[in-house]
Design a protein around this ligand. Structure first.
Ligand code: HEC
Length: 168
């Protein structure tokens, strides 16, 4: 009786573990794709991971961390230009994964939150012009920062090694 119970327990444990491992990775991948396509929201932590990953493929992440209001246009514009650099790099035979709209919107909020958002120093018309036909970022630009979910969550935080950290 006891042996049967143990056996049932072992079989149950193995079934759960194996099916978990088998199911988890495709499900996880599916969730990642759904987020990249904007069907599911990124959590702030996921967005941070994504930003550090994708913004350090062509140059060090220090380039992002040391960027500041005196350095150039706000992140929303700079990041739009990174999409162009990705296209150019790929025309040149590289294989940089393009950024989807949902990814770029999440990443922009991460750097705005962790480093700084100086969109208010700029004229909306100028930024809109620089954004060209990037509807996703234009929509973000027209969303007040206090209504941007990820940016709000990160407002009190700062990235280690960033300008915002040094002025705190
Ligand atoms: C396709 C490669 C590529 C990717 C991916 C990329 N960048 Fe860049 N980035 C460049 C190039 C090229 C420059 C300009 C030349 C330079 O300064 O090295 C640059 C420059 C910058 C600068 C400095 C701009 C300035 O005016 O001083 C910042 C800030 C920056 N990138 C942020 C980012 C962020 C944020 C991401 C993630 C969304 C990112 N980059 C992803 C290629 C890339």
């Amino acid at each position: 009786m006891k042996k049967t119970a143990i056996l049932v327990g072992v079989v149950f444990f193995l079934t759960v573990t194996v099916s978990g491992a088998w199911l988890f990775s495709p499900l996880d991948q599916l969730a990642q794709t759904a987020k990249a396509q904007g069907y599911l929201d990124y959590t702030p932590d996921e967005a941070i991971t994504l930003a550090y990953e994708r913004c350090a493929t062509c140059h060090d992440v220090e380039k992002v961390l040391l960027y500041c209001s005196r350095c150039g246009p706000p992140f929303i514009v700079t990041i739009h230009f990174m999409k162009k650099y990705i296209d150019l790099a790929n025309l040149d035979g590289n294989h940089v994964t393009p950024l989807t709209d949902a990814e770029i919107v999440a990443i922009t909020q991460v750097w705005n939150g962790l480093i700084g958002n100086w969109e208010s120093d700029w004229r909306v018309q100028d930024m809109t012009k620089l954004l060209g036909n990037d509807q996703a970022l234009i929509e973000l630009l027209n969303t007040p920062p206090e209504e941007r979910r990820i940016e709000v969550a990160l407002a009190g935080k700062f990235a280690p090694g960033s300008y915002k950290e040094q002025i705190q």
